[in-house]
Design a protein around this ligand. Structure first.
Ligand SMILES: [Zn+2]
Length: 119
């Protein structure tokens, strides 16, 4: 897999984790009281890690990622059986079947999201 694509996936995963960590006040209380998680500190750690990973992206990829993520949520989506799971439009067969498929950074022609092929 392309190293930048790996970083993008990790950033996305960290951001999801961050969002889920303190989604509601009720959940936050459970996490803090029952599991003794310091949510505040954990969020700071995650933010720090996200910033660190973002700094490893090339400026072009970082900008594109920021643009998509701010407008449409997930910026990196899987391609499953030739379908982009960001917009559910089928993508060219060459992209879906190319043996080096995840070794390059690619985008969906329709929605512009970063793609990784998993099936
Ligand atoms: Zn798409």
């Amino acid at each position: 897999m392309h190293p930048q694509l790996e970083i993008l996936l990790q950033i996305q995963d960290l951001k999801t984790q961050r969002r889920e960590l303190a989604e509601t006040e009720r959940e936050r209380q459970v996490e803090e009281l029952e599991f003794h998680v310091n949510v505040e500190e954990a969020v700071q750690e995650l933010d720090h890690k996200i910033a660190e990973m973002e700094a490893q992206l090339t400026p072009a990829i970082r900008n594109r990622y920021a643009r998509i993520a701010s407008g449409r949520g997930r910026a990196v989506v899987p391609v499953i059986q030739g379908i982009c799971y960001g917009c559910f439009v089928s993508i060219p067969t060459a992209l879906a079947t190319d043996s080096a498929r995840n070794d390059q950074i690619r985008h969906c022609d329709h929605c512009g999201r970063f793609l990784y092929v998993i099936g």
